[in-house]
Design a protein around this ligand. Structure first.
Ligand code: SF4
Length: 379
């Protein structure tokens, strides 16, 4: 079992972000938020110990060192138990005001052992246009501070195609990132989401987004640069030094169950799927009234649909998928294995997938560019 806890607050809204996070001052965050997260955990915890814990956002450190310490304590009191050697990740914003005040030490004391910084670029002009609250030097300093606080497993996120970026700046960002002693990098292509500041900028003619081909080139440059620095692309958007793949995400992609708590958090437990309401006020009111927080979506899948959903995720990973091995693990998938084998052979004939071992298929470099269509072919 894997736990995801969502903190939906940010100090300000980044220009590209369409996540359901509320921009507010730290002092305006309800003081009972950590305890309410733990209350939801105790109401929805299906039992068992957790292999991974992931505090994501939003910006979890908006809770401050005190709030994070209370969250860790409240979850433990509510019954959170982790297996020996569990991975515990916390997402952080490297802005100085968001990692100071004892946050890093508190996270280490709590048992967190993996940090993921949202860096996005290492060019100050690009960071300013993206509405980030930190400079490149501050991002580098944040990683150094985390290392000094005892964290060895540190990663960052980067985004290709941000306004103001070009191939030269992108190469420079990748080269600097490769030199930061990191263990993990997530590299995403920018999508201009409706309702964001970037969508408004583009609509007003103030910026022209990169063409698809150019974005794909930037992702190829990332793969080449990071491979040269010892990072393996183990999933479409994720690179890691050997042994430092994100175990939380791997577990979710391999089809394990996860419990999501907090506004907007999603869960998959056996056949049940649930996405909490992203409205943090409704989430809070529900819990204060002693009710499970409202859901935006809640459904019980048929066993075959459940098996299909879990199988499909596997195709995003470099390790690929084996219909027969999956059917042995999930007997409800057995009737689907023949169809999957046929679809994968079809994708292989078109250069989208390749058989990497007898009965196991993975996406080719071309397949990774059209992953969503490849996944549709399996459905
Ligand atoms: S810090 Fe992250 S979640 Fe918050 S607005 Fe920026 S990108 Fe979105």
């Amino acid at each position: 079992m894997n736990l995801y806890a969502h903190t939906p607050f940010c100090a300000s809204k980044c220009a590209y972000c369409a996540l359901p996070s509320a921009a507010m001052a730290a002092g305006d965050i309800p003081a009972d938020f950590p305890e309410l997260l733990a209350k939801e955990f105790s109401m929805r915890w299906p039992g068992g110990r957790f292999s991974t814990v992931y505090f994501g956002g939003g910006t979890p450190s908006m809770l401050g060192a005190g709030g994070l310490a209370r969250l860790g304590l409240a979850l433990r009191r509510a019954g959170l138990e982790t297996i020996r050697g569990a991975e515990w990740t916390v997402e952080l914003n490297p802005a100085p005001g968001l990692i100071g005040g004892g946050v890093l030490g508190t996270l280490a004391d709590m048992g967190a052992n993996r940090l993921s910084f949202g860096v996005q670029s290492l060019d100050d002009g690009v960071l300013a246009m993206a509405g980030r609250r930190h400079t490149a030097a501050e991002a580098v300093a944040a990683v150094s501070a985390a290392r000094a606080a005892g964290f060895a497993n540190i990663g960052i996120d980067l985004i290709a195609g941000l306004p103001g970026d070009d191939e030269c700046k992108w190469r420079a960002t990748l080269a600097k990132a490769a030199d930061m002693g990191l263990k993990h990098m997530s590299v995403y292509a920018l999508t201009v989401e409706p309702g964001t500041a970037l969508a408004r900028l583009a609509a007003g003619g103030g910026w022209t987004p990169c063409a698809d081909g150019e974005l794909l080139d930037r992702l190829s440059i990332a793969e080449e640069t990071l491979a040269g620095a010892g990072f393996r692309r183990y999933e479409i958007s994720n690179y890691a030094a050997e042994g430092f793949e994100c175990r939380h995400n791997l577990a979710c992609w391999r089809g394990e169950d996860y419990l999501g708590i907090g506004p907007g958090a999603a869960s998959r437990i056996a056949l049940a799927r649930r996405a909490n309401s992203a409205d943090w006020r409704a989430w809070r009111e529900g819990l204060l009234a002693g009710r499970t927080p409202p859901a935006d979506n809640e459904e019980e899948l048929q066993p075959a649909d459940d098996a299909e959903e879990r199988f499909i995720f596997g195709l995003r990973m470099a390790e690929g998928v084996s219909p027969d091995a999956f059917a042995r693990l999930h007997p409800t998938a057995a009737p689907l294995a023949g169809r999957w084998r046929k679809a994968l052979a079809g994708l292989a004939a078109n250069g989208i997938a390749a058989e990497t071992a007898p009965g196991r298929w993975a996406l080719t470099p071309r397949g990774r560019e059209v992953a969503d269509s490849a996944i549709e072919a399996l459905l």
